[in-house]
Structures are given as structure tokens and as C-alpha cells.
Design a protein around this ligand. Structure first.
Ligand SMILES: Cc1cc2nc3c(=O)[nH]c(=O)nc-3n(C[C@H](O)[C@H](O)[C@H](O)COP(=O)(O)O)c2cc1C
Length: 358
């Protein structure tokens, strides 16, 4: 465990130790996408994590897919995020805002403008999503024109600048889990015949353009990037994952980003090759595994930092609990998405549990 508690530098972001919080959408911002005082409290409670990677925040109206997710593209969003970053910093924590454009994983009734979702190609994902009127199939998206692709890159650039104005320590670009960047990467969601589709070189172009623009805007040392090789979530098919991710990682490497965050899907050989191709810090999310397996990744040199999602969600004092060898609270899946304080800010700390027992 000694390595776990040793400091590390992610580009321009110094971390006190190596256990970070993975990004998790919680659908508890205002209908306008403004982070609230309750959101600030939730993140501040978890400030002892080495780094908090926030829930995905949409860089534009088109980027929204789920209800009550935060935005990071208006003055009100910046004000709301400022509340969050101030609260985390006051507790000595570090926080980066995840920039998440959902692309085709959306529904008109979940967006402020009510328009059709946008995507690399008009390919409907074979999946449904939660809307204000219950579960609905996702509609066929509209294909982005080359000019709109360039505009979307600029949306990411502006959102990164907004995140920095809001006091974040940096941003993480969401290139994973079947959302817009991942849709461009995958051969089944991306059927384009222009310079953004077809060959691997073309399919990685959008992701690299976004990373380049964001790094130019706020500094590469403040920019992280998340990938999820081989993850079929949101109807993604990747039949060339080893070559695809090798090409992407090699193209991102010269940018000198703060970190690469891998949401690991199980291909151990691919993970090892990414580790050796990536020259910078690597954050690893071995989803669904116990803590021992994750710490082993660190000790075996597969990662520089490990990230945990649901463990941090359910344990505001996760670091103290692990150090004390104390049992962990179990996450309540029923309250993951939407709602109020229950299942959000009311998970007890060790001290609170002890008080309740006496
Ligand atoms: C409630 C919930 C919301 C999530 N939202 C996001 C998100 O906004 N962005 C993202 O990249 N991953 C998201 N994920 C995936 C997590 O970051 C993580 O990869 C996943 O939970 C598996 O890791 P774990 O076992 O450490 O929780 C979410 C997961 C959960 C449980």
C-alpha cells in the first residue's frame, strides 16, 4: 500500500497520493445544467481522493443526452462550477471537469433545444434511454457536416476555457463509453467517407483534433483524456481495437497531455501495449474489481494512479476507511441517477457510523 499513498505529478497537477475518483454522472444539477450547492457538498465530501474527475459536463446544447446533467458552456454554468471547485479546494482536494459530448446517445426531449441528436453518421444506436416520459428508443441522429465538426472542436475548446475560469485544476476529455468521440472511433457508428471516416487514421482524427484544441487552449499539462478500448456500451462495435487504440495513443502522445485514463474492458494484452506506447502518466479504472486487484496494477507498474467509481460514490471518506482497514459502505444503485440528497450526500463517514452505533 506504500506506493498507493505516495505523491505523483500529473502534468501540472500535483497529487498527494494515487487513489482518484472516476467520473460519474449523477443527474442532480438544475434543468439549465447549473451545478448546485448540493453538488458542491457531494464533491467536497470526497476531497480526500487524490483527484476528483467530475461527472461528464456537456460542452454545448447538442452535447447533452441525459436529464439534469451539468453544462460547461454558459456564464451560469461557470458560476455553478466555481461553487464546486471552491468547496473542493477548501478541503485540500483537486478537481478536473470531464468534458462529455454524448453525440447520438441522446433524445430531443432531454436537450434544451429539442432537436435531433448529432453524430458522425445517421446510425441509430440499438438502445433506449431514460427521458421525462420514461424509457424511449434513441432516435436516428443527424450527420454532422465538416463545418459542424470544426465547430464542435471549438465547443470543446471553449468549454475547457470555461472550466478553467470556473477554477478547475484541468479537464478530462471523454473519449470513452460510446459517446461522441468514441462514435467517431468506431467502425459501426462512423460510416463517413470523408477525412473523418473509413481508415483508422481518419476515425481518430476528431479525437486528436479535440485534444489538440483543448491542450492549446488551457495547456497540455492540464488536459487528460479518457478511453475505453473494446467497450461495447451504447451499441459500439470495435473489431480493430488493438490497432485503433495503438494509433490513437501514438497520435496523442506528442501532445504531452497530463494523463491518459483507461477504463479497462478486459483485454490485458491491449492494456499492456497502451501502457508501453503512452509516455505520460496513466490512470487506470479496472471497473468492477476489488481494491486489491487495483492496487496490484499500481504495484506492477501498469498504472500511475488508480481510479474508483462506485467505491468513492458510496464512501465519502474512502481514503480514511482504507487506511484504517475499515469496512466500506455499499453503493445503492437505485439512487445513482437523479434525486436529492439520499444516496448522494448522505453516505455516512466512519465517524458518523460509529456515532450512530453508540
Ligand atoms: C453512476 C455512474 C455514472 C457514470 N458516469 C460516467 C461519466 O459521466 N463519465 C465516464 O467517463 N464514466 C462514467 N461512469 C463509469 C465510471 O467512471 C467507471 O468507469 C465505472 O463505474 C466502473 O468502475 P468502478 O468499478 O470503479 O465504479 C459512470 C459510472 C457510474 C456507476
Amino acid at each position: 500500500m506504500t506506493l498507493l499513498w505516495s505523491p505523483v505529478e500529473l502534468g501540472g497537477i500535483p497529487l498527494a497520493h494515487r487513489l482518484a475518483m472516476a467520473p460519474m454522472t449523477r443527474d442532480r444539477s438544475t434543468p439549465e445544467g447549473v451545478p448546485t450547492a448540493m453538488n458542491a457538498e457531494y464533491y467536497a465530501q470526497r476531497a480526500s481522493m487524490a483527484l476528483i474527475i467530475t461527472e461528464g459536463a456537456q460542452p454545448s446544447e447538442d452535447g447533452q443526452g441525459y436529464l439534469l446533467t451539468p453544462g460547461v458552456h454558459t456564464a451560469e454554468h461557470v458560476e455553478g462550477w466555481r461553487r464546486v471547485t471552491d468547496a473542493v479546494h477548501a478541503e485540500g482536494g483537486r478537481i478536473v471537469i470531464q468534458l462529455m459530448h454524448v453525440g447520438r446517445v441522446s433524445h430531443p426531449s432531454n436537450t434544451p433545444h429539442g432537436r435531433r441528436p448529432v453524430a458522425p453518421s445517421p446510425v441509430r444506436p440499438a438502445a433506449s434511454m431514460f427521458t421525462a416520459t420514461g424509457m424511449e428508443p434513441m432516435p436516428e441522429p443527424r450527420e454532422l457536416s465538416p463545418a459542424e465538426i470544426a465547430e464542435t472542436v471549438e465547443d470543446f475548446r471553449r468549454a475547457a476555457a470555461a472550466a478553467m475560469r470556473a477554477g478547475a485544476d484541468g479537464v478530462e476529455i471523454h473519449g470513452a463509453n460510446g459517446y461522441l468521440l468514441h462514435q467517431f472511433l468506431s467502425g459501426n457508428a462512423n460510416r463517413r467517407t470523408d477525412r473523418y471516416g473509413g481508415s483508422i487514421e481518419n476515425r481518430i482524427r476528431f479525437a486528436v483534433e479535440v485534444a489538440t484544441a483543448v491542450a492549446e487552449e488551457i495547456g497540455a499539462e492540464r488536459t487528460g483524456f479518457r478511453i475505453s478500448p473494446g467497450n461495447p456500451f451504447n451499441d459500439i462495435v470495435e473489431d480493430d481495437a488493438p490497432q485503433l487504440y495503438r494509433a490513437l495513443v501514438t497520435a496523442l502522445a506528442p501532445l504531452g497531455l497530463a494523463y491518459l485514463h483507461v477504463a479497462h474492458g478486459g483485454d490485458e494484452a491491449l492494456l499492456k501495449s497502451i501502457r508501453s506506447d503512452w509516455p505520460g502518466p496513466l490512470l487506470l479504472n479496472r471497473g468492477g474489481s476489488d481494491l486489491q486487484a487495483r492496487v496490484k496494477d499500481l504495484e506492477e507498474g501498469l498504472a500511475d494512479v488508480i481510479t474508483v467509481g462506485t467505491m468513492a460514490l458510496a464512501n465519502p471518506d474512502l481514503v480514511a476507511r482504507i487506511k484504517a482497514g475499515a469496512p466500506l459502505n455499499e453503493p445503492d444503485r437505485a439512487t445513482f441517477y437523479g434525486g436529492g440528497e439520499r444516496g448522494y450526500t448522505d453516505y455516512p463517514t466512519l465517524a458518523e457510523t460509529a456515532r450512530a452505533l453508540t
